[in-house]
Design a protein around this ligand. Structure first.
Ligand code: SF4
Ligand code: SF4
Length: 110
């Protein structure tokens, strides 16, 4: 069963950058308008009790976290086999960086 653990970092709730065909290229620096930030650095969704996942931008509803096209630094729901690109999303600094993460697959490749 897929993990539903979440540390409320908010990284998966960005408006994704899409290409001209609407295919996600990478997470964006602009958070979903429904993502709220707390003074302790955590986040919550203003409409869903349990965060679902990435917004796909203008007028489109967000998808379940497991269906997000990307993974995120430190997220417990990342694919353990590393099949998705992993990003660090810093909304404050307006920076999105692809990061390299050691995976179980990397271990078996050695
Ligand atoms: S990236 Fe992961 S830990 Fe962060 S809010 Fe999304 S599901 Fe939760
Ligand atoms: S609507 Fe979806 S993308 Fe936006 S904050 Fe809520 S769970 Fe995140």
């Amino acid at each position: 069963m897929a993990s539903t653990a979440c540390n409320s970092c908010g990284q998966c709730c960005s408006n994704l950058e899409l290409d001209e065909k609407g295919i996600p290229l990478r997470p964006g620096v602009i958070p979903c308008k429904r993502l709220k930030f707390t003074p302790n650095g955590k986040t919550y969704c203003s409409i869903y009790n349990r965060r679902l996942g990435s917004s796909l931008g203008k007028g489109l509803v967000c998808v379940m976290r497991k269906d997000c096209p990307f993974d995120y630094e430190g997220c417990p729901q990342n694919d353990p086999l590393g099949r998705k690109k992993v990003f660090r999303v810093d909304f404050k600094a307006k920076e999105v960086t692809e990061i390299k993460v050691e995976t179980k697959k990397d271990e078996t490749d050695k």
